[in-house]
Ligand binder design. Sequence first.
Ligand code: PMP
Length: 332
Amino acid sequence: MIPIRVAKPPRFGDGFIQIEPPAVREPLVNPAPAAHSEGHVTDMKVYIDGKFYAKEDAKVSVFDHGLLYGDGVFEGIRFYDGKVFRFEEHLKRLELSARAIALKLPISLAEIQEATLETIRQNELRDGYVRLVLTRGPGDLGLNPLLCPKASIIVIASTIKLYPPEMYENGLAVATCATRRVPHGAFSPMVKSLNYLNNIMAKMEAQNAGAGEGLMLNEQGFVAECTGDNVFVIKDGKMTTPPISSGALAGVTRAVVLEIAAELGVPVSEPDMTRYDIYTADECFLTGTAAEIIPVATLDNRPIHDGKPGPLTRKFIERFHQLTRSTGVAIY
Ligand code: PMP
């Protein structure tokens, strides 16, 4: 167990929360670790409620409602070359997800931010992925969240490689899933909750169909998103993506792609979309923090256009990579 020591209290600015790096850190970490984005983190340290634990000792209560009921929320965040990409957006979405399920943050957002940065530092990473988890915390065996006095926060920093490089080169096979996206009337699909069974059931279907990702439709049969990614289509130089009202998560990468589209002068609209729009598209790609931007080669074994990543998709990927390398919140 390594206690975390935050030397200076966080400052709240007008926009993003500015935090000064702690003057004292235990143990002292290498301020400029070599980028080890490949392979596994050795001696991983996991943050749980203010303390760092070795991977094998990083455990939560069996009475935690995050485990018992999927009662909690999370974020997946990437950092590139020593900078956390779109950190503010991820923290904001975490806060909104927590608010939507009436989960009181156990520490302030500024402290969550610092705990995240410190976890990356403790693991001496420059490139990787952070999993930020807020659980309802331990309670009794009933559903009642009021019997869970304190939420828990977990931060895991590691490396990531979602799809092999050839899929970025050649495009991904996507299959439509029979499992429909959870409707807004049942539970808001905008909440990035710890209950991902809807997406997991769909992912299984995609895997059974031999596809890398699964396309999820909503109750009305309109395209919502993929099991862990948002979906974009390009046709006649114009870009479309399903609206958030379709059941799509308000993806952070989705928002970056919309920014890039504005920059490149590509017109964007968010109409109700059906599979027809994807089958007949010139180009299609998916976006997600883990997947970044990945071209789609086929949907339900039908090639999108010529079945190869299109020229605009490549432009978006290139610009996205530039942004991930040049922007973000400094870790060290
Ligand atoms: N949809 C779902 C269901 C997801 O889990 C994710 C990954 N968080 C996304 C879309 C993409 O969102 P983001 O770009 O914020 O990672």
